[in-house]
Design a protein around this ligand. Sequence first.
Ligand code: PGA
Length: 255
Amino acid sequence: MNPAKRRTVIAGNWKMNFTPAEATAFINEIKPMVAGKDNCDIIFCAPFVSIAAAMEAAKGSNIVIGAENVHYEAKGAYTGEISADMLKAIGVNTVLVGHSERRQYFGETDETVNLRTKAALAAGMRVILCMGEVKEQRLAGITNEVCAMQIKLDLAGISAEDMKNVIIAYEPVWAIGTGLTATPEQAEDACAVIRATIAELYGNEVAEATTIQYGGSMNDANAAELLSKPNVDGGLIGGASLVAKKFTAIVDAAQ
Ligand code: PGA
């Protein structure tokens, strides 16, 4: 973390977990536990149907509720999709884009990730853009190249001004939901490559101001060490975001 230069962001990704009632109960439980812990932004990205309930429970707290995806068209024949305007209409201003599960299981590509990111930014939303290498790429020694390429493709056509609303989540795919965490050094190295690529595209000032999170089995036990790295500005947390005590410990590690 480098709090002098950029905001630390601890975000939960609930994935396909929590009904509206469960989301309400969870937010009510964690709200007092994270109250006043203002050295980082605290976000939970919720399944579409549970967003309203989570937002209602989070009212007046330091918790922000976001969505897990957004479509790039404003409206039309896109069965099962949700537009940025629809999210905005219920008060959602933060959205995940390009999560590896979307890329792995639902055919998302760098091109659709780029389109979704642009649509969300055009609607004035803040985007958490997820990217990272798969296991074969790490084993082949091309992690840096893969990260640089994804950043360039996913951010194509996005302005320096819009980068104020972009958070990058570096998530090595082999570490997501597997209990295998990148070492703090691996996380730092990749986040540094991502920052250097952003500098190449937008200059140093934008690169230094961009929050880059690490994601992939971050938990209460490993968060402090990962967050101590200068280029790791927060976390995107799956499994541990479903357990109030574990998530709060990660928030504490960021204080
Ligand atoms: P995990 O998920 O923390 O369960 O590995 C991270 C993510 O998918 O964002």
